[in-house]
Design a protein around this ligand. Structure first.
Ligand code: GDG
Length: 740
């Protein structure tokens, strides 16, 4: 099963514990809970017990909330053969505001696309933060080196970063079990909440989602909320690279597949068959929740009875609803509405000997559940939104007689994998009705072929492969971070560079301006150098044996205003103009710039086609800035503009496109930063060279400099530089050390 486990213990944080504590007369007893995550982890823990080697403890350590555990319960050790429990006590009021409030009154409906059900309450957010803190306290008391920390779901989105602050080198994975919504929904949250949730998740090394859509929605929210650079599924935070990837949760396939042959299940099946006579059985089971589309499903079934009267009396729909949250008004109302709809449909179509819907509000035993999965002719699983939906996978796994047809909502994460199901829109009652008809009429050969294909998929990517895939990807991400960290300009490395700097007799420093010495601003003229940084540059440049070169894409007038009074060499417009210390500006390129007349209308067109963008005209170049435009829309227009310009440039061999941070420039290709720098270096006999920069133009310079040069990239993006620093303050701090 893939690579060896790399951790010595698995430590889980999830809202719900894998036990419930029940107060019997004889005292409290821990009773194993069921449900998606617990079943998955139980299966995993069982597999650990059979794993030889690497694990120091094959019990899973699990932190979760409890409010029913009595104070005098021996909280030092709560464990069974699978789990070692670390309870997180939340006072009732706090839990109400946190779990009942922020989690289930706000995040649950919002992330399931029911924004009108969402309640935005400041107290909820404070409680969420507080509860995540309490989890953090419990976790940091228990974490050991070598642990794999796996945080689960929407109740704990702030926890990864909280733990990271205490344990910077911990291995942390986060998995979201529900959908991550489109940014248009996520942005309904107040800005600070958004930043806290997304920033909190980014404390993990790997963030897992069920589908690519959810992962992409998350990445977009990161870009829009925190402005971090993202390339494919990698997110470049100031401190490390985090991966957002897709891990569709699996089930313990063999458990379901073999259970349907077990004699107790066979007994259950026989009982059901006896009740049905020759009728076909349609089956559904869900928790009571508005996301499950229960009322829409009933409407679909009613439409089926209307449109296909030949099937009346020959089908029974067994709808099982598992009690959940029915202390909440909205759920109670929904339950009433379901019951009255069932009553109405039964009243409308029943005969003396036949009732179309058998509705049950209760939970089923495992044997009953598997028997119903296997015996039913149709599995009708039609949530309006669902992160994954394990019932759909369990239904397929339990098919032994290969007689069932799965009708599955396209809004369930499972639809991305179970493509041989009849995939429907749950809100379209006619489509639901027609699919039921199709399923009932489907020939055996086709049913078998569909089931077999789906069984192949879910038996190979089961809950174990899912977890192993998640662990492996986390370690791969950490390996990637490590490779970058080798290059981080640590204090030790900078001390060595400093020593070399002091021992050298002629030095040249190339410093880019925007993104290297000064942060980006909405408009270029607003990004002026601060006194502190300028003071450091002045101090460095005072020394006759050090040449400081400010090498930038900025105009000469702008650089003159910032550094006019400083003894530095200025290179403007990527090398179009050069000014030696206190000298006058010289142009390195005298070629004509009439091409600007042809390019300008194209850029103007793109300004009007993409709101927030603007043109900057310089002497030898034109720049299209898109910093202030919508990120994704600008990316679309950027791709089009690049194509348009490339087409034009093909006929003008001496032009090139240069891409920087949120800017695209067109200039002559007869000069660039690297060429200018090499010319300057050739003029002197330098024994110390250093260059710092943050974008593609600087990369060209890094590549051309001799191997002995110290090259530093600002920000953790892939780079040819020898070292990197996370941000501008780190670089400025390093430069300051050179002056000391
Ligand atoms: C989250 C996401 C995602 C249900 N009724 C009975 C019963 N069940 C078991 C099923 C299944 C589980 O509960 C429900 O599966 P879900 O997929 O709905 O999982 P949740 O934990 O509710 O929700 C969801 C999941 O996490 C996993 O990532 O798929 O989208 O919302 O295993 O078998 N089991 C028994 N009797 C019942 O009556 N024995």
């Amino acid at each position: 099963m893939g690579r060896e486990l790399q951790f010595s213990r698995l430590v889980i944080a999830a809202y719900r514990l894998p036990f419930r504590f029940i107060n019997y007369k004889s005292g409290y007893r821990a009773v194993q809970s069921t449900g998606g995550l617990v079943s998955a982890m139980l299966a995993l823990s069982e597999s650990f017990r059979n794993t030889e080697g690497s694990l120091s403890d094959n019990k899973i350590v699990w932190a979760g909330v409890t409010d029913s555990l009595p104070e005098d319960f021996n909280s030092g050790k709560i464990e069974n053969e699978y789990f070692n429990i670390k309870p997180v006590f939340l006072p009732h009021k706090l839990n109400e505001l946190y779990y009942g409030g922020f989690c289930n009154d706000l995040l649950w409906p919002l992330f399931h696309y029911f924004p009108s059900y969402s309640v935005f309450n400041k107290e909820y957010f404070s409680a969420y933060e507080e509860a995540n803190h309490r989890f953090c306290e419990q976790m940091i008391k228990n974490i050991l080196p070598g642990d794999f920390i796996w945080i689960h779901d929407y109740q704990l989105m702030m926890l990864p970063d909280m733990i990271r602050k205490h344990h910077p080198d911990a291995t942390i994975g986060f998995f979201l079990h529900i959908p991550f919504p489109s940014f248009e929904l996520f942005r309904l949250l107040p800005r600070h909440w958004r930043e806290s949730l997304v920033g909190g998740m980014l404390g993990a090394d790997l963030i897992g989602f069920h589908t690519n859509d959810y992962a992409q929605n998350f990445i977009k929210s990161v870009k829009r909320t925190l402005g971090y650079e993202c390339k494919q599924n990698l997110i470049y935070t100031p401190h490390k690279v985090v991966k957002a990837d897709v891990f569709p949760i699996g089930i313990d396939y063999d458990k379901f597949h073999s259970a349907s042959l077990n004699k107790n299940v066979v007994g259950e099946k026989r009982k059901i068959k006896a009740l049905l006579s020759d009728q076909k059985l349609i089956f559904s089971v869900d928790r009571l929740d508005y996301s499950k589309g229960l009322l829409h499903r009933l409407k679909g079934f009613e439409t089926f009875l209307e449109r296909y009267p030949q099937w009346r009396t020959k089908t029974v729909f067994n709808m099982v609803v598992v009690p959940s949250r029915d202390n909440i008004e909205k759920y109670r109302e929904m339950k009433k509405e379901i019951e009255s709809t069932v009553g109405r449909i039964n009243g409308r179509f029943s005969t003396l000997s036949w009732r179309p819907i058998v509705y049950q509000y209760r939970s089923l035993s495992f044997n009953e559940l598997v028997a119903l999965y296997d015996i039913s002719d149709v599995g009708l699983i039609t949530p309006l939104r669902d992160g994954m939906n394990l019932v759909a996978k369990e239904y397929i796994a339990s098919q032994n007689e290969n007689r069932g047809v799965l009708i599955l909502s396209e809004m369930a994460g499972a639809a991305a994998e179970l493509t041989e199901a009849l995939v429907i829109n749950p809100a379209d009652d006619i489509e639901v009705a027609d699919s039921i008809f199709l399923a009932l009429e489907m020939n055996r050969k086709e049913k078998n072929a569909r089931i077999e294909r789906m069984q192949k998929r879910i038996s190979s990517y089961n809950v174990f492969t899912w977890a192993r895939d998640f662990f492996d990807q986390t370690y791969d991400t950490i390996e990637g971070q490590r490779q970058m960290r080798v290059r981080i300009l640590t204090r030790d490395i900078s001390s060595l560079i400093l020593q070399e700097f002091r021992l050298s007799s002629r030095r040249m420093l190339f410093l880019d301006y925007d993104g290297t010495l000064v942060s980006f601003a909405r408009y270029p003229e607003q990004a002026v150098i601060d006194k502190h940084t300028l003071g450091i540059i002045q101090k460095l440049a005072e020394d006759d044996s050090t040449e400081v070169v400010i090498i930038s894409g900025r105009t000469k007038d702008f650089l003159e205003r910032q550094f006019g009074a400083t003894r530095v060499t200025l290179v403007a417009e990527h090398g179009y103009f050069i000014r030696e210390p206190y000298g006058s500006w010289l142009s390195s390129d005298n070629s004509e710039t009439s091409w600007k007349r042809a390019v300008m209308p194209i850029l103007t067109e793109y300004v009007s086609r993409c709101n927030g963008t603007f043109i900057e005209e310089k002497s030898g170049c034109l720049a299209w800035h898109y910093r202030n435009a919508d990120v994704d829309f600008a990316q679309l227009r950027l791709n089009e503009l690049r194509d348009d310009l490339s087409e034009m440039i093909r006929h003008k061999a001496d032009l090139e496109i240069l891409e920087g941070h949120k800017v695209l420039e067109i200039k002559s290709n007869k000069y660039n930063k690297a060429m200018v720098a090499m010319n300057l270096i050739e003029k002197g006999n330098y024994d110390f060279l250093l260059a710092a920069g943050d974008d593609k133009a600087d990369e060209m310079l890094f590549r051309r400099l001799p191997m002995t040069a110290h090259t530093i990239r600002v920000g953790f993006m892939p780079s040819v530089a020898r070292y990197s620093v996370p941000d501008i303050p780190h670089l400025v701090h390093f430069l300051k050390r050179l002056t000391e």
